[in-house]
Design a protein around this ligand. Sequence first.
Ligand SMILES: [Fe+2]
Length: 224
Amino acid sequence: MNIEPPAMPYDFADLEPAMSRDTLVFHFLRHQRVCFDRMLAMVRGGELEALPLDELIRVTERNPAQHLLYRYAAEVWNHNLFWRSMRPRGGGAAHGAVGEHIRTRFGSYEHFAREFKEAAGAQFGSGWLWLVWRDDALEIVATSNAGTPLVRGDTAILALDLWEHAYYLDHQNRRAAYVTAFLEELVNWDFANRTLANLAVNSDAPAARVRTVTETDRGHLSVR
Ligand SMILES: [Fe+2]
């Protein structure tokens, strides 16, 4: 197996008080780890076992008979991005190149934050909210269930888990309070800038244009 078990980039209590230790313990051990274990059980001994995680996701997404395996694998990948999209004492206005791209498109960080919160609130049921780099542009993308931008060839700059298990212990059903805490106290713009910088190594990144889109976990798009 070429896929490493999930690992947290910080201790479970390090995001308090914005995100509780209990939330991270349950989220990591009872959700992501369970997805990892089930994925492992499904590929063990088979031809898919040798694939790296991103390739396993792309291969299984194209095969409806492997959709359950795709969902487990995508959830492992999505959560890996989500943990790194947060950091202790994070939050606040975006800085660096990502901040410049956000201001170019939205006029201000505050306008971007409002769009981001609205997109999170508009996602019906479980899913994810992403800031992605697609076709030389930043976009806010919502995916349903285990949907991941990886299968579209997008580069995820930030991930926000919109499943209720991500916030119910801390905020009950108040998703908006959770999204506010993410933006104001948790978001890791250093990670976002590193990801964008890695992309720019082999290309000149033009000014970003940002659209808000929603898509199902099978990759069908609608642009709002
Ligand atoms: Fe989750």
